[in-house]
Structures are given as structure tokens and as C-alpha cells.
Design a binder for this molecule. Structure first.
Ligand code: GLC
Ligand code: MG
Length: 588
């Protein structure tokens, strides 16, 4: 049964006769290297670079290791920047590289204005920023405002100070419940498992107050009602803006403000579950007060020359609620996790694409798309899992294993569908190689706090964080100069290595390159989506002179008329589009 079509509801130029949006600055031609305060116009909500950008997430630990210690680093990234320009992305987002005890792979920041020696020096960061921008690549860094590391000087000061002191007030300290204060202040659970509260020992040696950590014990939550916290982060933003970064990915953007009464919440916490429409909003997520923080940040970014952007990592549903983070005076983008979480069926994909476009159109923000990141099972494996029993938080030995061939086939189709959509898209390092999750990693090798904190019931996120393969026959597959790799690489990594795929027709890498080139040439990111077919098995739409068709069903279908310019997999013997294949066709 065909779903009703909704002509026009995804039109992105509301006024008839409005000329198509033109970019004021071509990121390729006008090198961004002149200096970080180049004189392009301030952020324009409809034509800014981010509205159609393809942004590549670098997870520094696992991208490229320059010194052979088994951990990727900033000089390693700088040495591999040409890969990103060859691939054809517009910007990079770097996961945290700041000084950190690495309790949560760097999302536990001890100093927001420096670089961890593991990753290099501040001079290495400057060089990476300069060299990226010299190639026309924008640079977004990660900002972690919900919590610091327990090794942050503020937390040390809070522990040394007395209950009720200004030092404690920068975090969320409370007395415990029960006669001896031996019970946590409320029933909140950590996202990684276990209670969200840890009791401290006071300076005099007695059992003392409790502090809140929605994540690991090494990640105490900040108190965003405290003016010092607000001032500090404005200053951290300035620090990196002055160094020339193009923007910030804001970690746990929906978590900063907690409901004032810290009311009990009888539910477990899950980083990926988000909130559903039919349940009340949890007291720790998506509180209205967060928006005031982002308005202040936006004003600061707008006071800088160039087009600097804020991107929200907010696990918030539904799309209308998420859209509040990208209202005109707030952030520029928010990750579309509803798209990432959507099932691989035509009705589910149709629904999420339509809803996403409508929700962001309503606030005049660009829509974003994402399929993989460092927190979820890579889509080349996720789409090969039987998820009827729910979506696993990691896959390990003994768990049901994905169908690798099916997963890759669907992942390629999903990517080709995603890259044809109007808006901005995020890629996670390695997905351009069709890299699967490492699903048989020995549990002893696991580093994600999720595994231990969940009492070894949730395998966690290590499987998507494995260092990526560059060269099939080199030590650590070319990740670094030695065999060392902070997480073990699976034996079959060689077949995914970049040097095996580069120039190989039909390889996943060449598919990404083709798609990114065509996306740029056609201006797909700034186009208008018009549905052609929205059945139960096939989706097809037009965008900027291309027709895109994905076959989700088992029955092969004829491709749309025109010249076939990209396909995620081979057509069948009768030139039809088989199951789990996306094609791009140019009207002839
Ligand atoms: C975000 C990050 C994740 C991290 C968490 C706590 O969700 O993406 O990796 O563990 O925040 O900072
Ligand atoms: Mg290293």
C-alpha cells in the first residue's frame, strides 16, 4: 500500500520564486588558511557552510598513531589529512584530546585548555588546525560541559573544602539519605550502569557527602546554576575560538541542567534510549534551562568573525523537542539520532526522513544525518543484526553475531541514501572503508567503563573504536609504525585496508568518494527533497536533478529512467535494483 504523498512538505525554499540558496564561500576555492579570523560574513542560517557540510568524525585514539605507542595522536592525524581531502569531506570533528585520566576515553576532561601528552601538545593542535584549514577543511572540537574529570582542579578543591562551600557548589554534592547519610540522595542510575552517586570521604576522614555523576565515577557532573561554571565555559570557548576552530560539538548537551528537586526517577539510564513521547521527561535530561546556556554561547560565537558553529549531542526525542536546540539563536545543528536508530524498512525510513526535515524546517535549521559514531555499533554490523530483541550496547564473543555480508550491503545502501538527502551529514572514521564492528574482541581487552559498571552485562562501545586499517600488509595495518594498538584489531582487517580499496572499482571507499563528489557537484546538501514513491518496500525521491531509489524489499525493481551515476551494489542480470541497494540516477 502506498503512503499518501505530501507534496511540498519537504520543500526547503518556502517562498515560490525564491532563488536556490547560494553559498557565499566555497570551502574548496577560498582556502581557509589566510588566517583564522578571515573576513567572510558572520554565520548565515540559510547559506552557512554547515547547512550542507559533510563532517568526518575523527576519534583521535584510533585514527593514526605517529609515535608507535599504540594510541593515535594529533601528529598522526595531521600526517593523514590528505586522505580526508581525497575522500571529499568538508570538515572534521575531533573527539576530545585534552588532558585526561582517560576514564572514559577522554570524555573526562581534567584541563579544557591543553592537550594530553598521549595525543601531543598544544603546538600539535595548532598545527592540525592550520594544516586542515589550509586544505579547506573546517575543524570542530569536542566540548564536554556536563561534567569534568575527577582529576580537574575544581574537583580536587571541592573534595578539600567543606560541605556547603563555594568549591562544592560547582558540582552537585548532596547529603545522603538515611540516619547516617549512607543512602544515595536519589535513585538515579549512571548511564554506564550502577548508581549515579558516589560517597566521598571528608577531609577529616569521616564518610561524607555524595556527588552526582551521570556517567563514570571519574566524571562528576557540574552545577550549571553556578555562575562560575558558566563563566568558565565561556572562557574555554574563547580559548579555542581564538585558536581558529570553526566550532564545537557539545557533549551531552541535553544534560547540563537537572530538575531542581532532583526527584527520583525509577528508570534505568541508557545513553541511547533517549526519551519517548509517551513517558514523562526524565529529571536529568532536556530540561528547559539548558537553552539559556546555548543562547549565551551562540551570542559569543556570533561575536567572532567567520562562521563558527555549535552542534548538539542531545539524545532527545521526538524531533520537535530536538529542534528546540537549533532555534535561530541557539545551536546550528543537532545530531539526528532518530535517523541513526531507525529500522531498515521503507516505512521507518520514510517516516524518520520526513519528520526530521519537517522538524528542522519549522525552526529554519538544517537537517543532519548520521549512521555511525564512537558510541554505537557500526552500521555495517548493526544493519546485519537481528534486532528483534532490541538493539545491543556492543557485541562480543558469545553474543549473536551480525551477518557481515548483509550488514555491509545494507550499510552501503543506507549511506548512499543518506548522502543524497538535503542537509548536513556526519561520517565516522572507518565507515568509508565499510569497516564492521569488532564483534569478537576478548572481554579482557575491553576499556569502555560500560563493561565493568554494568556488571559485565553490557559489552559497550569498544567494538566501534578499534584503530582503523590503512595498509593491508603493514604492522597494525598502518595505524602506526609498530604493532601496538590500544584495542586489538581483528585478523580480517587487511581486506578493509585503505590501500586495498583505493582505486578498486566497487570498493566501499570508492563508493563514498563517488557519492561525495556527486553530492558536491549537484548541491544535494542544499537541494529540495520531493518524494516519488513511498511504498512499503521501495522509497524514491528527487533532489537537485537526481532521482534516488532504495529497494528495501526482496523483489528487484527497475531503476528510475535516466543515467545511472551511482549504485551501492550491482544491479541484477535484468538491470533491476535488487534488495538492499540504493541507486542514484540523473535525468537524461
Ligand atoms: C557522550 C559521548 C560519549 C561519552 C559521554 C560522556 O555521549 O559521546 O562517548 O561517554 O558523552 O561524556
Ligand atoms: Mg601515539
Amino acid at each position: 500500500m502506498n503512503r499518501p504523498r505530501h507534496p511540498g512538505h519537504t520543500e526547503r525554499n518556502p517562498t515560490p520564486g525564491t532563488p536556490p540558496r547560494q553559498r557565499t564561500l566555497d570551502t574548496r576555492e577560498k582556502a581557509l588558511n589566510s588566517n583564522p579570523t578571515h573576513q567572510d560574513t558572520s554565520a548565515d542560517p540559510t547559506t552557512g557552510w554547515w547547512t550542507e557540510a559533510v563532517i568526518y568524525q575523527i576519534y583521535p585514539r584510533s585514527f593514526a598513531d605517529s609515535d608507535g605507542d599504540g594510541v593515535g595522536d594529533l601528529p598522526g592525524i595531521t600526517a593523514r589529512l590528505d586522505h580526508l581531502t581525497e575522500l571529499g569531506v568538508d570538515a572534521v570533528w575531533l573527539s576530545p584530546f585534552y588532558p585526561s585520566p582517560q576514564a572514559d576515553a577522554g570524555y573526562d576532561v581534567a584541563d579544557y585548555r591543553d592537550v594530553d601528552p598521549l595525543f601531543g601538545t598544544l603546538a600539535d593542535a595548532d598545527k592540525l588546525i592550520t594544516e586542515s584549514r589550509a586544505r579547506g577543511l573546517r575543524v570542530i572540537v569536542d566540548l564536554v560541559p556536563n561534567h569534568t574529570s575527577s582529576a580537574h582542579r575544581w574537583f580536587a578543591a571541592a573534595l578539600a573544602a567543606a560541605p556547603g562551600s563555594p568549591e562544592r557548589d560547582r558540582y552537585v554534592f548532596r547529603d545522603g539519605k538515611g540516619p547516617d547519610g549512607a543512602q544515595p540522595p536519589n535513585d538515579w542510575q549512571s548511564v554506564f550502569g550502577g548508581p549515579a552517586w558516589t560517597r566521598i570521604t571528608e577531609a577529616d576522614g569521616r564518610p561524607g557527602q555524595w556527588y552526582l555523576h551521570l556517567f563514570d565515577t571519574g566524571q562528576p557532573d557540574l552545577n550549571w546554576d553556578n555562575p562560575q561554571v558558566r563563566a568558565e565555559f565561556l572562557d574555554v570557548l574563547r580559548f579555542w575560538l581564538d585558536r581558529g576552530v570553526d566550532g564545537f560539538r557539545v557533549d551531552v548537551a541535553h544534560g547540563l541542567i537537572k530538575q531542581a528537586d532532583l526527584a527520583d526517577w525509577e528508570e534505568p539510564q541508557e545513553i541511547l534510549s533517549g526519551q519517548t513521547v509517551d513517558k514523562p521527561r526524565p529529571p536529568m535530561w532536556d530540561q528547559d534551562g539548558v537553552h539559556e546556556v546555548y543562547r549565551e554561547w551562540r551570542a559569543l560565537l556570533d561575536s567572532y568573525p567567520g562562521e563558527r558553529v555549535l552542534v548538539a549531542e542531545a539524545w532527545v526525542e521526538p524531533a520537535e523537542r530536538l529542534a528546540r536546540y537549533v532555534r535561530p539563536d541557539e545551536m546550528h545543528q543537532a545530531f539526528n539520532f532518530e535517523f541513526l536508530l531507525a529500522s531498515w524498512t521503507a516505512p521507518a525510513q520514510y517516516a524518520v526522513i520526513t519528520r526530521s526535515l519537517e522538524a528542522t524546517d519549522a525552526v529554519g535549521a538544517p537537517t543532519t544525518w548520521v549512521l555511525s559514531n564512537h558510541d554505537v555499533v557500526r552500521h555495517a554490523s548493526r544493519l546485519g543484526l537481528d534486532t528483534s530483541a532490541g538493539r545491543p550496547n556492543g557485541v562480543g564473543i558469545g553474543d549473536p553475531q551480525p551477518d557481515a555480508a548483509l550488514g555491509l550491503r545494507r550499510a552501503r545502501a543506507a549511506t548512499l541514501l543518506m548522502l543524497a538527502l538535503p542537509g548536513s551529514a556526519y561520517l565516522f572514521q572507518g565507515e568509508e572503508l565499510g569497516l564492521p564492528e569488532h564483534t569478537t574482541m576478548p572481554d579482557e581487552a575491553r576499556q569502555d567503563p560500560t563493561w565493568l559498571r554494568s556488571g559485565q552485562t553490557q559489552r559497550g562501545r569498544d567494538g566501534c573504536r578499534v584503530p582503523i586499517p590503512w595498509e593491508a600488509d603493514a604492522p597494525s595495518y598502518g595505524f602506526g609504525p609498530t604493532d601496538a594498538s590500544w584495542l586489538p584489531q581483528p585478523p580480517m582487517w587487511a581486506e578493509y585496508a585503505l590501500d586495498r580499496q583505493r582505486g578498486t572499482p566497487g570498493s566501499t571507499y570508492e563508493l563514498y568518494r563517488t557519492a561525495l563528489r556527486l553530492r558536491r557537484e549537484h548541491g544535494l546538501g542544499r537541494g529540495t527533497l520531493r518524494w516519488r514513491e513511498t511504498g512499503d518496500e521501495v522509497l524514491a525521491f528527487d533532489n537537485a536533478g537526481l532521482t534516488v531509489l532504495t529497494n528495501f524489499g526482496p523483489t528487484p525493481v527497475p531503476p528510475p529512467a535516466g543515467e545511472l551515476v551511482a549504485t551501492s551494489g550491482p544491479l541484477d542480470a535484468d538491470s533491476r535494483v535488487p534488495a538492499d541497494v540504493t541507486v542514484w540516477v540523473r535525468a537524461s
